[in-house]
Design a protein around this ligand. Structure first.
Ligand code: FES
Ligand SMILES: [Fe+2]
Length: 439
């Protein structure tokens, strides 16, 4: 640790601007891994990924690589993916099912709760030299693991606010993701789409509710969609991808007519903007009509209208989750280095819904957030350009002051502003400063 004392950190974030070092300094990144990802509740997986005892998946809590397991007793555990013998990664695949977790280096075997179960030829260890029953030989486990409606979170801090308190009002996004299933459950299905960009993780989170950028950054796909729609035969229903590209082309006034919202702890969300596609009630799509009828059977007309009427686009759970409930998309933004970030995009299957709803979700993820997407590749080009330019110290500050001071209080913890406000970024940066400022 060099000059990064509390005073320095506080001076990096001002009400409407942020120092470039927040995005470029490896020491700040290390401190983020410790004070943000090493402390608050971090999403590590979904219950549906590890349904049976013996199942495990790999996950991350910032730079810390973990294994999320379901043990013999059915309990969830979040363990360091680091062998207690000589430090090797134990799980090299993304997921699996096994009686024990066995290290590939010298074969030490661990139970799914992290306890050391056995070592090859234990005669090599005498009680005098090494006590293999010492709990220090267990895999280090996260002291707190909790579930919210199937979503697994862990915290490396032994105490602090509980998960429900940490989520606060943004829990409504997770509720809505699950409530949209006629059977009241979702599962992560169809694998995961992975992407990488050479930029800081915060850029992606800040961009997710930045409603000025689409008309500039995504102009080429908006133009292509408009050309296509102009040439389409009258009355034909355009493909979902075309509708989505076209959706980014609304005017700044139209963006401003939407709301952006900020909460305590850095969470935020934006209103929905994209009309069209099978989940648009105005389109009377036969699949959606069938799905809606199943919802009404289950929840009744009023509750169904309430669930499907929650029209939001990106819901951001600080520090690194972006959920789109209308299209059953769940994204995890994983920091890898100060200038390197991975994005994991999942589709959620609504249990009890027609399978076409899941296919729509997969198409959404492929169109908006996959290596073949012309939308996310635009965004990544911007992140990489900004990251490269910020490395140059000529100008010190990034500006986030658009509509600063215009926020209105809406509920006990939320503020709202017009769509083009930089309120969501300020919400995240305030949380950043609060967390980073506490040793
Ligand atoms: S490092 Fe794991 S068994 Fe040796
Ligand atoms: Fe974008």
């Amino acid at each position: 640790m060099t000059d990064l004392n509390l005073d320095h950190i506080e001076r990096l974030v001002e009400p409407g601007r942020v120092h470039r070092r927040v995005y470029t300094d490896p020491e700040i990144f290390d401190l983020e891994m410790d004070r943000i990802f090493g402390r608050i509740w971090v999403f590590v997986g979904h219950e549906s990924q590890i349904p049976r005892p013996g199942d495990w998946i790999r996950g991350r809590m910032g730079a810390r690589q973990v294994i999320v397991t379901r043990d013999e007793a059915g309990a969830l555990n979040v363990l360091d993916n680091r062998c207690s013998h000589r430090g090797m990664r134990i799980c090299l695949k993304d997921s699996g099912h096994s009686r024990r977790l066995v290290c590939p280096y010298h074969g030490w075997a661990f139970n799914h709760d992290g306890a050391l179960a056995g070592v090859p030829a234990p005669r090599g260890y005498t009680k005098k030299s090494t006590d293999l029953t010492d709990p220090a030989f267990a895999l280090k486990s996260a002291p707190r693991v909790d579930l919210y409606r199937g979503f697994i979170f862990a915290s490396m801090a032994p105490d602090g606010p509980g998960l429900v308190e940490f989520l606060g009002d943004i829990a409504a996004a997770l509720d809505n993701a699950v409530d949209r299933a006629p059977d009241g459950e979702v599962e992560f299905a169809g694998g995961v789409v992975r992407q990488e960009f050479a930029g800081n993780w915060k850029m992606h989170m800040e961009n997710a509710c930045d409603l000025v950028h689409p008309g500039y950054v995504h102009q080429s796909s908006v133009d292509a969609a408009r050309d296509h729609l102009r040439d389409a035969s009258p009355g034909s229903i355009p493909q979902q991808a075309i509708q989505m590209f076209n959706g980014n082309g609304i005017s700044l006034d139209e963006w401003d007519a939407l709301g952006v919202y900020g909460f305590e702890n850095g969470h935020c969300y934006m209103d929905g903007f994209y009309r069209g596609g099978m989940v648009d009630p105005a389109m009377a799509d036969p699949v959606f009509t069938r799905y809606r009828a199943l919802m009404v059977d289950r929840y009744g007309e009023d509750r169904t209208a309430e669930i499907l009427g929650r029209d939001t686009f990106n819901n951001l759970i600080y520090p690194n989750i972006s959920i789109n409930t209308r299209f059953q998309q769940f994204r995890v933004i994983q920091p890898v280095a100060v200038n390197r970030t991975h994005i994991y995009s999942y589709s959620m299957r609504l249990k009890g819904a027609p399978e076409e709803m899941f296919e729509m979700s997969v198409r959404f993820v492929s169109t908006a957030n996959s290596p073949s997407s012309p939308v996310s590749s635009d965004d990544f080009a911007i992140f990489e350009g900004a990251q490269a330019a910020l490395a140059n110290g000529d100008s010190e500050w990034l500006d986030f002051s658009r509509r600063l001071g215009d926020e209105q209080k809406t509920g006990k913890a939320a503020v709202r502003d017009s769509g083009t406000s930089e309120l969501p970024m300020r919400t995240q940066l305030n949380a950043w400063r609060n967390l980073m400022g506490v040793p």
